[in-house]
Design a protein around this ligand. Sequence first.
Ligand code: DLL
Length: 454
Amino acid sequence: MTTNSVVPPANEVPQPWTPPAPPADRSQLDSEELYSRTEIEALQYERLRWTLHHAYNNVPAYKELYDNHGVHPNDFKSLEDLNLFPYIDKEFLRENYPFKALAVPMEDIRRIHASSGTTGQPTVVAYTENDIELWASLVARSMRASGVKPGWKVHNAYGYGLFTGGLGAHYGAERLGCPVIPMSGGQTEKQVQMIMDFEPEVIMCTPTYLLTLADGFHKAGIDPKTTSLKVAVLGAEPWTEGMRQEIESIFDLKACDIYGLSELMGPGLAGEAVDTQDGCHIWEDHFRPEIINPITGDVLEDGESGELVLTTLTREALPIIRFRTHDLTSLSPGTARPGHRRLNRITGRSDDMIILRGVNVFPTQIEELALEIETLSPHFTLEITRPNRMDEMTIKIERRENASREAAELGGKQLLAQIKTRIGCSCKIEIAEPNTLARSSGKLRRIYDLRELN
Ligand code: DLL
């Protein structure tokens, strides 16, 4: 891609992106990282044209959506025209479960991940070879921006498996030229020992898990400041400046943010520069962000708070156009990478998704499982607290009138086991008597978030 991209006429079929080979010097920045805003926008225009055609021609659900909406990829003649195309959300992927939203044949798919759907049905994410290469290169870019150097050992405590955190961080670290220790989550004592023995310079995990590890070090009689860790690349859940300060004062390291979501790719969609530590730069050569009013759907100006909507510009397997993330935030101009806008801290969600120790949970998923247990009613609340720095969720659920307390207690245990296997998180349960949970105008308030996030 030259720096003076010439915008092709709208009737020519645009070309797909192909990944460049990794540079011999892996500490070198990608040329697109240094693009000016004008260059980025010219690139976005070209790549969006390709994405719109690719989705329309290869995914019947996009064709139907756009035909019903009276729009066609040829209507896209400037970046502002993206506004002509309707939003999609998890529901679009749910309706096309598992593989109907794929834009390439299965022979071209190399990996399949999944993320929580709003019900028991997960959201599927698939990748071609180029998509995996893109993902690795953007995680590598994010890590490099956060101060990670090729050759540094990376202790990766993001969960491996269908969750995109583990493998996403893993491939990115390798792409940057780092040896990876694929720890995954849990087993805190063992993690402490591995960090002491292998002396990694980098740790990648959720911010709350790093605080749990800090407790693990203290328990083992080790001052976390004396470890080899220099950089922590933390994400997958909201965290605050206060938490950054706490982490950096417990450990002798720099803590940087990394953002992403499975539907769009996984971690590395945006990464924070260590020199400025002022929010994640969204890698706008591959993703186009917008902020919208979550109620009216109107597109807002940079600086205004609203819901983040994202579009992939180069994804082959699963092109995602105007996806409502439900993350509430705002955009600021780029600093360390001036052509790429920054994502300000996520302040909440415009839906009821809970992130519990990095696992996404929807109340509807719990409701679905509770309904399968005949001694439990569908009347429950979820109370989220943060004792000892780790999030805990307690389900308070009413027993059915016709079920004894003992039978309901047993049902509660079954529910916890189902939640553990089907959603992947551990929580607590309290059985309540029928009609005792507070109801406001007949409707139960589900979530009581009692965490103090500061
Ligand atoms: O959490 C991907 C990821 C893994 C990102 C590892 C960073 C590190 P999902 O499981 O699909 O993907 O969850 C996506 O998590 O919409 C946000 O609500 C939240 N989230 C992710 N990163 C951050 C962050 C991964 N840095 C959802 N700050 C997103 C705040 C975050 N929230």
